[in-house]
Design a protein around this ligand. Structure first.
Ligand code: PLP
Length: 402
């Protein structure tokens, strides 16, 4: 008998399962709206020009294949935290933001959760929005947190249910951790307004909740990295000791390079040094040190004015293409096809995803009859739409809901 004979088969990953079904489908009209990676106007993966240029520069300038320090490339961390927190951030300018390079946003969440599990001096309870990115739940559960939910979207309108959100946060026990998507909430595409962020900050202060930001889409939502970073910057300004996970997967298209940071606001440089020493103690036995190539790419882009402005243009172009697809989809559905139902949320939602409001039976019918693949909750990746497939997609939705 094999040692592993009693290991049960786990369920397939819901999103990768969609990709499998998509690949097996032979119909030329097929569309994959499941995966959260940007596609260009021809449906192809896109390597940013600033990334290609950075790699050329790196060939001559930087790279050996030596190990990075345990917490990563120091210059990269300096530029990445500046991008996240902004040049006016007082804790950053006072040298009291503890930070480490991480294995993209997932690694940031995981290291952050591990640090909190070991050092947060209160019960390990985290509130996640309902719904949230599916991976948040096992990341925090596997790190020893009790995972609870706070209300987020109103399923009848696909808009934010802010009253229910406030009620839930107000009734959370003091010192609970609250996970906040900094921008482009995944999977709904619905973000609080600036005013609502003010209320959330006040509730966190009143109830002593700990704000833990996940910023996987800075710049990708509005096209402006400054605008998208408003929530964590505002919270830091209000005196919250925020935690922040940062990913360069989407905004630099560096998915497979795995580049990100995890950071925490501390009270002074001495405390920052203590916190960083503990981050090292967590990271060293897990993977020793992070990969080097992607961090050098990001560093090269962020530190050079020419590449930085080129990058800003390319982020904006990606965000704008998605916003155009939202407008086109809305117009085809409501004006051309007069599809029954309310579709305004497609335009008001932001970022990579749209929560269409399509029900599970619609998504099944779309896959079986129209060769259109999306997650069962009706989430579509807007980046999967382009001028060649958007009309077919809209017609398929129109037929599915009639
Ligand atoms: N957080 C959210 C909300 C995400 O949507 C994603 C990716 O889809 C991530 C974090 C992490 O992505 P990565 O580990 O590729 O940076």
């Amino acid at each position: 008998l094999s040692i592993w004979s009693t290991v049960p088969a786990g369920p397939p990953d819901p999103i990768l399962g969609i990709t499998e079904a998509f690949k097996a489908d032979k119909d030329p009209r097929k569309i994959n709206l499941g995966v959260g990676a940007y596609r260009d106007g021809h449906g192809k993966p896109y390597v940013l020009s600033c990334v290609k240029k950075a790699e050329q520069i790196m060939e001559n300038e930087v790279e050996d294949k030596e190990y990075l320090p345990i917490t990563g490339l120091p210059e990269f961390i300096k530029h990445a935290t500046l991008l996240a927190y902004g040049s006016r951030c007082i804790p950053l300018n006072e040298g009291r933001i503890a930070a480490t390079q991480t294995i993209s946003g997932t690694g940031a969440l995981r290291i952050g959760a591990a640090f909190m599990a070991r050092h947060y001096p209160h019960p390990k309870v985290i509130y996640l929005p309902n719904p949230t990115w599916g991976n948040h739940i096992p990341i925090f559960r596997d790190s020893g947190f009790e995972v609870r939910k706070y209300s987020y979207i109103d399923p009848t309108t696909n808009l934010l249910n802010f009253e229910a959100l406030k009620t839930d946060l107000r009734s959370a026990p003091e010192h609970s951790v609250v996970l906040l998507h900094a921008c482009a909430h995944n999977p709904t595409g619905v973000d609080p307004t600036l005013e609502q962020w003010g209320d959330i900050s006040t509730i966190c202060q009143e109830r002593r909740l700990f704000p833990f930001f996940d910023m996987a889409y800075q710049g990708f939502a509005s096209g402006s990295t400054t605008r998208d970073a408003f929530p964590p910057r505002y919270f830091a300004e209000q005196g919250h000791q925020v935690a922040l996970c940062q990913s360069f997967a989407k905004n630099m298209g560096l998915y497979g390079e795995r580049v990100g940071t995890f950071s925490l606001v501390t009270s002074d440089p001495e405390e920052k040094a203590r916190v960083e020493s503990q981050l090292k103690i967590i990271i060293r036995p897990m993977y020793s040190n992070p990969p080097s190539h992607g961090a050098h790419i990001v560093n090269t882009i962020l530190k050079r004015d020419d590449l930085y402005s080129q990058w800003e243009g390319e982020v904006k172009a990606m965000a704008d293409r998605i916003i155009t697809m939202r407008e086109d989809l809305y117009n085809i559905l409501t004006k051309d096809l007069k599809t029954p139902g309310e579709w305004g949320h497609i335009k008001s939602q932001i970022g990579m995803f749209s929560f269409t409001g399509l029900k599970k039976e619609h998504t099944v019918a779309l896959a079986e009859k129209a060769h259109v693949y999306m997650t069962a909750d009706g989430r579509i990746s807007m980046a999967g739409l382009n001028p060649s497939n958007i009309a077919y997609f809209a017609e398929s939705v129109n037929s599915a809901v009639r």
